[in-house]
Design a protein around this ligand. Structure first.
Ligand SMILES: Nc1ncnc2c1ncn2[C@@H]1O[C@H](COP(=O)(O)OP(=O)(O)OP(=O)(O)O)[C@@H](O)[C@H]1O
Ligand SMILES: Cc1ncc(C[n+]2csc(CCOP(=O)(O)O)c2C)c(N)n1
Ligand SMILES: [Mg+2]
Ligand SMILES: [Mg+2]
Ligand SMILES: [Mg+2]
Length: 348
């Protein structure tokens, strides 16, 4: 199958014309470029709105390998990670462009499966796939996604808006994806099903099929009380540092208030690993980390719970030199531990 037949094979019959139009798409896949109406009414977003644009890339051996992810998972997660950046601005995702660089010997079926996963995610979050690019790759598979979204003009939630005295909030548990990855790599090393069972199942799912927090981001935006927001791709400590530096303050987390998944903690125990390592430095959780006044955080928590969404108040911000600390309560009193700006870093 040549390049053009391949693209048709991956994308045909999945265009969903009607709901693409609801996403502002005038012309989708097939011409030199897509055409978008920049003023189309977008249901659920107030007018006037601003466009949000972001991109994220996944590279074989860096973000996935044959053991950690199926082709369906790779497609799903590549788009999910992008949708998460739209959620982190408080927006609704609209369209995506997909670039794939495919090893020559791969054959058509794996890529068709990758697109199956991609379209599953696209339909779940209402994203119109409007085009992309295709090249061969000398060795590894690379998928780069550009995503657009919309948010009420002037209201996009930035990393830089935190104020001293804010409560620090988190929209879900952290560390499950890193635990799932550890499990999968341990399996790979030993060549056996190491610690199968339901617990590992939910961790593996967290790693392979992350759920970007679009509903949570929209709720935070429409409540109008959130001062700063970021999504957790590189790890809680690293993302807290981003807010600390962008806002010019100290982020102080309380160890006891960090949401700890039972299955993650149980697996960490069995693997002989400190669960805090995964919770603070693991990454790929795609939950949202933000700040708001503490009275607003209590109200927001009630609203989240009423919607069946998790919401944790995990610390506060303080005036001071940008940094992140974690407070540990011991029987001798409170221990303030500075947290390094460590997390997943591509150049370390
Ligand atoms: N190669 C690049 N050229 C220009 N801008 C870039 C480049 N890479 C990243 N950026 C910009 O840097 C900022 C931070 O990007 P970064 O990728 O660190 O955040 P993120 O996408 O939230 O995190 P992650 O990629 O770990 O999920 C964004 O504004 C992004 O557009
Ligand atoms: C095989 C394999 N090894 C390691 C990892 C861990 N990992 C890779 S990139 C990343 C941060 C997010 O990426 P980005 O910053 O590019 O958005 C993390 C935690 C993995 N997923 N698969
Ligand atoms: Mg990025
Ligand atoms: Mg982000
Ligand atoms: Mg990163």
């Amino acid at each position: 199958m040549d390049e053009f037949a391949s693209i048709r094979h991956w994308t045909s019959g999945r265009q969903g014309v009607e709901w693409q139009r609801e996403r502002g798409v005038v012309l989708g896949i097939g011409d030199d470029a897509a055409l978008i109406n920049p003023a189309a009414p977008i249901s659920g977003v107030g007018s006037p709105y601003e466009y949000i644009m972001a991109m994220d890339t996944m590279v074989e051996t860096v973000h996935f390998n044959a053991v950690t992810m199926s082709y369906e998972d790779i497609g799903y997660k590549a788009l999910a990670a992008n949708v998460s950046d739209i959620a982190a601005m408080g927006g609704i995702p609209l369209q995506a462009l997909i670039s794939v660089s495919v090893p020559r010997n791969l054959g058509p079926e794996p890529m068709r499966r990758l697109y199956d996963g991609l379209y599953t995610c696209a339909e779940r979050y209402g994203v119109a796939i409007i085009g992309g690019d295709t090249t061969s790759s000398p060795q590894h598979l690379v998928i780069a996604v550009t995503v657009t979204g919309a948010v009420e003009a002037g209201k996009g939630l930035r990393r830089s808006g935190a104020k001293p005295g804010d409560a620090v909030i988190l929209t879900g548990p952290v560390g499950k994806s890193a635990a799932g990855l550890h499990f999968l790599l341990a399996q790979q090393e030993r060549g056996i099903a190491a610690l199968a069972g339901e617990r590992a199942e939910s961790l593996v799912l967290a790693h392979r099929r992350p759920s970007p927090s679009v509903r949570a981001g929209r709720l935070l935006l429409t409540q109008g009380t959130c001062h700063s927001l970021n999504d957790v791709s590189d790890g809680l400590a690293s993302e807290a540092w981003e807010i600390a530096e962008a806002s010019g303050l100290l982020v102080s987390l309380r160890e006891q208030q960090l949401p700890r998944s039972g299955s993650m903690a149980a697996y960490a125990g069995a693997a002989g690993i400190d669960p805090l390592e995964w919770m603070l430095y693991g990454g790929e959780d795609y939950v949202l980390l933000g700040t708001m006044e503490s009275s607003d955080a209590i109200a927001a928590q009630a609203a989240f719970h009423a919607e069946g969404l998790p919401f944790y108040i995990i610390g506060e911000t303080l005036a001071g030199k940008p940094g992140v600390e974690m407070i540990r309560t011991t029987n001798k009193g409170e221990l303030r531990m500075p947290l390094m700006k460590r997390g997943y870093n591509h150049f370390e």
